[in-house]
Design a binder for this molecule. Sequence first.
Ligand code: PLP
Length: 426
Amino acid sequence: MTYGFDTLQVHAGSRPDPATGARQTPIYQTTAYVFRDADHAAALFNLQEVGFIYSRLTNPTVAVLQERIAALEGGQGAICCSSGHAAQIMALFPLMGPGKNVVVSTRLYGGSITQFSQTIKRFGWEAKFVDIDDSDAVKAAIDDDTRAVFCETIANPGGHIADLKTLSGIADAAGLPLIVDNTSATPYLCRPIEHGATLVVHSMTKYLTGNGTVTGGCVVDSGTFDWSASDKFPSLSQPEPAYHGLKFHETFGPLAFTFHGIAIGLRDLGMTLNPQAAHYTLMGIETLSLRMERHVANAKTVAAWLEKDDRVDYVTYAGLESSPYYDRIGQICPKGAGGLFTFALKGGYEACVKLVDAVEVFSHVANLGDTRSLIIHSASTTHRQLSPEQQKAAGAAPELVRLSIGIEDPADLIADLDQALTKACG
Ligand code: PLP
């Protein structure tokens, strides 16, 4: 039987606890699991049997969350880890190697731009940044050493909507996986795998948990990529010395990436999600669709009000008819353009800084996807490490303020912005 999204967000992956009948998924706060006997232990360590060994690799609470997110995204498997940034490294790790590169959208969360442009260089990996709306530029950036293409569905902060069908077509033709950061859209608004994505990454810190309590991430595998079709992905297609020459793709088929992520990625990189965090995220996901509907409705109302205000130069919300991405919303995110957008103040940088100091209902924080409405001036905070050109390309120019619209009464959000704009702009 196939269930709808609202049923899956409550039930997928969980069943009453076999030991106690507990209806809610217990927090299995344990490091290790007693083996039945020596043969059982050996089979687990050889990956001949699936089970729990040690919580750096697998944990029953985390396993429920993995199954639930995989079901919501329409993937074969998922690997949860300690943050969204950890998920990005976990997604790239089996694909990349020294001298290899990933073709990356210029429109990304500022921390991701820094991770890709600076930190991954220390592994000998390179990121090639391109305007992903320019198909020729994406194709031209791909070379023999490219191992993936990476973008965000709804880009943070600018709200740009990626043309996933076109991008997955380009990646496919080059024999490469498309990795999509679906943090801002969530699987309720967009399921990138249905548009051809191979891997989906999330910062669960945001809408999936939904109330600003957890740092977590996950990688979802579509299970559809043929890792053995070329010699580009030896970690998945070639013998693995640490497991007696086992070939992950040959042995695990559509679960190859997931098993590799757990058996090698979590084992050796150790970016593990703890069971308490998994519990909070499971609680959040139970109401994901309800919250996203309210986030979208409120964002539309607030964006439309801002667009008409004299103190505002322009608003970047893709859910407004004035947005160049309005047409794409119907194809990529038919239930709405999310709760995240930016707006430009005619008063520029100075007015933006005053505005974030003047709000009362909005919280001035470096986060998004909370039930609470949040505000930040990206150019002086999350994107301050970037050059002015990178800031502009990322949708974080100095005159822009980013809002993450919460689920409060929209009239209160508008009243708060109105009084803060009066203080900031006169
Ligand atoms: N991806 C996006 C779109 C984000 O907004 C963020 C954080 O803001 C991340 C990834 C990184 O996630 P985390 O902070 O959980 O590491």
